[in-house]
Design a protein around this ligand. Sequence first.
Ligand SMILES: Cc1cc2nc3c(=O)[nH]c(=O)nc-3n(C[C@H](O)[C@H](O)[C@H](O)COP(=O)(O)OP(=O)(O)OC[C@H]3O[C@@H](n4cnc5c(N)ncnc54)[C@H](O)[C@@H]3O)c2cc1C
Length: 369
Amino acid sequence: MSDVIIVGGGIIGLLSARELLQAGAKVTLIDKSEVGTEASWAGGGIVSPLYPWQYQDPISDLVRWAQAYYPNLSDQLREETGVDPQFNPCGLFMLDSQEHEMALWWAQRLNAHLREVDVAHAYEKVPALNRRFKRALSLPAVGNIRNPRLLKALRLSLLSDKKFTLIEGQQVNHVVLHEKKLIGVATSNGEFHSDAVLLAAGAWTPLLSDELELCLKIEPVRGEMLVFEPCPGLLPSIVLHEGKYLIPRLDGRIVVGSTIDRVGYDKSTTLNGREALMNAALDILPELESLKVEKHWAGLRPGSPAGLPYMGESSKLNGLFVCAGHYRNGLVTAPASARLMTNLILKQKPEIDPLPFSLDRETNLEEMI
Ligand SMILES: Cc1cc2nc3c(=O)[nH]c(=O)nc-3n(C[C@H](O)[C@H](O)[C@H](O)COP(=O)(O)OP(=O)(O)OC[C@H]3O[C@@H](n4cnc5c(N)ncnc54)[C@H](O)[C@@H]3O)c2cc1C
């Protein structure tokens, strides 16, 4: 049996733990705080990239794999734990996209569920929409998952497995070598040993990988979000316009996202961010004016060149694996990423081609998006 330490309990670490346990491994997951409280908690939970055609095909492959996986995962976790991640197959309307033609071309090329619809169709489906829009694209198969619940359910499910150990509130400071071989990790409370170590520390991964000379181009990219109090029925679908989006939760809450700022490891919310989100939200759905904002928060996305995550084993240190840098698509691509990492760690034939995600790939910094 393989013994694996996972550093970081965001969606990537938690789902990797689930996949590894299901494949028979023993897993210890270590998080510097409580699991599921960073980017994976802060995100919107849209089970699609916002603009899928802006990414390379390997991302579309991960997305396609994971989109088919999410509804079952949500059901299984609800049955296992009693916590419902509320996968909501609500569809998505994209309004007045400046890349309308590019989107249609991409959909045709990859046979994706994206089509042009008369804007009247969008008004019929979402009657409260501002009537100023001229064109609409529909992605009827896209849903959203209530990510804070997903994380809570995953944590509970993992804790019920005897092969799983959870260590929270301990920061991993470095990996531990013995005679140039990887034997585990060190926290301020001591060492933990294993056959393999998976770094899944999101935006913080370079703080661990840089001293191992892995040169991963991952940087924190702050995103702010708001949520409006419930108004059941007001928003039946996700709506996206000029980079800002509204997401309907099943209880009627409406989540608004998001901003993009490169300000280092700073998770504070800002007045500018709040104003930008409010302006966009009221422009898309004017009736939100009468609803209260319940919460405003920010999280740090693990930004990477072209949004392409690093997933694989270090060529310099056997047994050291990385799965990080999912930027804006970590929730949607997590199930496929976790399956790939499980295949690689357990030396199984990979179900997804690992090559495009290699830790040693050439990176062009201009591709930082
Ligand atoms: C505002 C916003 C909106 C988003 N919307 C979406 C969306 O709609 N759809 C989508 O697919 N994606 C979305 N994303 C992106 C997605 O949330 C991220 O890509 C994803 O959550 C990254 O997951 P992760 O597990 O790599 O990182 P994280 O969730 O950040 O987890 C990393 C974990 O590692 C731990 N850690 C870090 N350093 C150490 C250490 N040294 N020792 C121990 N533990 C450590 C942290 O405490 C944390 O728990 C959004 C992100 C944001 C911020």
